[in-house]
Write a protein that binds this ligand. Structure first.
Ligand code: PBG
Length: 328
């Protein structure tokens, strides 16, 4: 005889079929944006030491990666260049060169695989000799001078074939300036996805190795990226970016900031994306390789958590692996 009062909450967990019926969140390949690192050259891949399983690719191989993504139902790719050292300057001017590495990669992929959406990151860190996202005067990262360059960078990327312009620099006022210029120049259909709630995080370390900016970086990004202690600041940043014209907003990093994802989703009427950043990827991949956790299961659980937190999609280095797993 049953002596329990109330419901038996374990009852629907007893069989796979009943668990499936009441599952609240699903993961599909259409949830992912796959970040790719590109390098100069032909038919070459370079392992990124701190991100086991991730490689920098030459443009021809990035095109193949885009085809693989399309075949698995991944809607979009985000491209990041590893710029040659001799092209990195104080002012990061290579960012506005219409023939730079990322622009050539955008054009090549757009031509070969037009159905795949292309995200272009807007910030100067892959192009500056000091590794900061903007231009500097002494120790200071200059806001308005940087925004002028970011506007030009956005335009060359849109012209090269970017479908989504994604400013990751955290300068004030850049969304408005970029949106206005895109509209005037005939790119009114180009989306703007703002890295709106971007925190000054230790979890970007492996990314900086991948794009070659880490060893150059002088000081921290605390004067422009957000303080990890803050919640209300995310509300202000997102509100401002929506006001300025952002279509979609992003939270970054992802896993340590799921509270921010949920709060923004509940509070604002725009799609919220999260970036499961390089350090998050590295933790799961390395712990998996060391036998400390089941890598596949941890990958799946971590990505599902973003959907549960209300995200429309996730930028993740696991995109292809996860899509393959979901499709098999
Ligand atoms: C550049 C940028 C960074 C990332 C995406 N765009 C690094 C940074 O802000 O220092 C990090 C992505 C990752 O860690 O995977 N502004």
């Amino acid at each position: 005889m049953s002596f329990l009062e109330g419901r038996r909450l374990r009852r629907p967990r007893m069989a796979a079929w009943s668990r499936a019926l009441v599952r609240e969140t699903v993961l599909t390949p259409a949830d992912f944006i796959w970040p790719i690192f590109v390098i100069e050259g032909q038919n070459e891949r370079q392992a990124v030491g701190s991100m086991p399983g991730v490689e920098r690719l030459t443009i021809d191989l990035a095109v193949e990666a885009a085809k693989a993504a399309r075949a698995e139902g991944i809607p979009a790719l985000a491209l990041f260049p590893n710029t040659a050292p001799d092209k990195r300057t104080e002012d990061g001017r290579e960012a506005t060169n219409p023939d730079n590495l990322v622009c050539r990669a955008l054009s090549a992929i757009k031509e070969a695989v037009p159905e795949v959406g292309l995200v272009a990151d807007v910030a100067l860190d892959p192009y500056t000799s000091h590794g900061h996202d903007g231009v500097m005067d002494g120790e200071e990262i200059l806001n308005d001078e940087t925004v002028d360059i970011l506007v030009e960078q956005s335009l060359v990327q849109a012209r090269a074939g970017a479908d989504i312009i994604a400013p990751s620099d955290m300068m004030d006022g850049r969304i408005k300036a970029i949106r206005a210029t895109l509209d005037v120049e005939g790119f009114e259909k180009t989306l703007v996805m703002s890295y709106a709630a971007k925190y000054a995080s230790a979890f970007y370390g492996p990314f900086r190795e991948a794009v070659g900016s880490g060893s150059r970086l002088k000081g921290s990004k605390l004067t422009y990226q957000m303080d990890p202690a803050n919640h209300e600041d995310a509300v202000r940043e997102v509100g401002q970016d929506i006001f300025e014209g952002a279509d979609w907003v992003m939270v970054k990093p992802g896993m340590p900031y799921l509270d921010i994802c949920r709060m923004l989703k509940d509070r604002f009427d725009v799609p919220v994306f999260a970036y499961q950043v390089s350090g998050e990827y590295a933790m799961i991949a390395m712990a998996g390789n060391a036998g400390a956790i089941d890598k596949d299961a941890a990958m799946t659980e971590s990505l599902l958590a973003f959907k549960r937190a209300g995200c429309s999609g996730i930028l993740t280095y696991f995109a292809l692996d996860m899509a393959r797993k979901l499709n098999s």
